[in-house]
Design a protein around this ligand. Structure first.
Ligand SMILES: [Zn+2]
Length: 437
């Protein structure tokens, strides 16, 4: 069905023609007044038509028994038939939308059954009793607040589309969306999980609180100009242990679980994902060697040669697994003899898992879609998340939890994110501009 709204546009330009960009600016700013008027006109016209179709013409109402079933129900007795017009609400409903403030004139009806008076169009249009910000604007609040600090995000909104709001409003909408988000694991199997953790400045502890993320890479997409890694979000927890992260995945097949070797993570993988092959990131094995050599008091200048030897073993992908492990054993012994027991123990501890990706005796239940050798993908995502959270303030635990879960859900297209904003009817609405001349 169509509703036609006529508006006349008048553009007045001074005699000495201003530069074109000035006209663009004036037209765009001037047109901002149009959508709120258009929406109001539409609402008023549509409301009248719906009421007339159900209740009959304004001064010749249909008796209750002749009325068709209404597209609303009485909020008290749930009746769908038998209503009378009951004037207008004194106060119009003001809605903040991404097109600016829209004022809706609301007609009221009375239920003949229970005498309840209400505004039926609020129901027809799915407007909740206390809704003052429409979902399209709430989406922009959340979307920008995931990229920028709250104050900057609302500043940008004002600059870009002329909608002003306080940072507290953006914060509130982000918290609401975070509470509603459903982050259940969305895939039925995970051939490869990259799991990593870091800390974020929140809560009481001076060093902040931990957060853990599990990402699942899919096949590398080489169709574009640059190869891309598509990742799925398998889970995220803030201020919780690794068991809480992995427990929801316990009932589905996980092929390989790749970590930096953190003992808490390894323990949780063992407990929650007993069928998975635990694999260790080789970049980290080298990186952690530096720390062990420091503990072993090896002079800084002497360390490079050990790193070189280690890398030549770790990155020799052609070497059979057995020989790689033997070479790592030898390196470990040499470190022991050079007075570095911690470094030696570190390499012994990593020996099995760091070559798990090429070990022919370990058969993961699902083959990894990309080489399971480093956790670089999940780490990059954590640097991005830190860029948003590291803004010189201490977050509240629920505040940062909502921010991070929304951040990850959006970034990795988790269905929980799109479910927050899904509106199947939206695409069915068509808007056409017609020249009147
Ligand atoms: Zn009723």
């Amino acid at each position: 069905m169509e509703t036609e709204i006529d508006l006349r546009l008048v553009v007045k330009v001074p005699e000495n023609d201003p530069p074109f960009h000035a006209i663009v600016h004036a037209v765009v700013n001037g047109l901002r007044a149009v959508p709120p008027r258009l929406l109001r006109e539409y609402a008023a016209a549509r409301q009248e038509r719906i009421l007339e179709a159900i209740l009959g013409p304004r001064y010749h109402p249909l008796p209750a028994h002749k009325q068709a079933e209404a597209p609303w129900a009485c909020p008290r007795c749930a009746s769908r038939r038998g209503f009378r017009r009951k004037g207008r609400r004194q106060r119009e409903r003001t809605l903040r939308t991404k097109a600016g403030e829209v004022r809706l004139p609301l007609a009221q009806v009375r239920c003949e059954g229970c005498r309840r008076v209400f505004a039926p169009l609020l129901q027809v249009w799915h407007l909740k009793p206390y809704e003052r910000v429409t979902e399209d604007l709430a989406y922009l609040f959340v979307r920008l607040a995931l990229e920028f600090p709250f104050e900057r995000s609302t500043g940008l909104l004002d600059e870009l589309i002329g909608v002003s709001a306080s940072p507290a409003t953006a914060w509130r909408h982000l918290q609401q969306a975070g509470q509603t988000l459903d982050l259940s694991p969305d895939r039925c199997a995970y051939p490869l999980l990259q799991i990593d953790g870091t800390r974020v400045c929140a809560g009481e502890p001076e060093r902040g609180i931990p957060f853990l993320v599990a990402l699942s890479p899919r096949e590398r997409d080489t169709s574009g100009p640059r190869p891309r890694n598509h990742l799925d979000l398998a889970g995220i927890v803030v201020n919780e242990g690794a068991d809480v992260l992995l427990q929801p995945l316990a009932d589905r097949p996980v092929g390989t679980a790749l970590t930096d070797g953190d003992p808490d993570l390894l323990g949780a993988i063992h407990r929650q994902l007993p069928g998975a092959v635990a694999s260790r990131c080789r970049w980290h094995v080298d990186h952690q060697l530096e720390y062990c050599l420091t503990l072993d008091h090896m002079p800084r200048g002497d360390r490079a040669i050990w790193h070189q030897r280690l890398r030549s073993i770790l990155y020799d992908d052609q070497a059979p697994t057995r020989s790689s492990r033997l070479r790592l054993d030898r390196l470990s012994r040499d470190l022991e003899e050079s007075g570095c027991p911690r470094a030696a123990a570190h390499l012994r501890g990593a020996k099995e898992a760091v070559f798990a990706f090429k070990d022919p005796t370990l058969q993961p239940c699902l083959p990894a879609p990309v080489p399971a050798t480093t956790t670089s993908l999940v780490e990059r995502s954590m640097r991005e998340a830190n860029r948003r959270t590291d803004v010189g303030v201490r977050w509240s635990v629920p505040g940062v939890t909502h921010l991070l879960t929304l951040f990850y859900a959006r970034r990795y297209h988790h269905p929980g994110w799109s479910a927050l904003w899904s509106c199947p009817d939206r695409d069915a609405i068509e808007l056409r501009l017609e020249n009147s001349s």
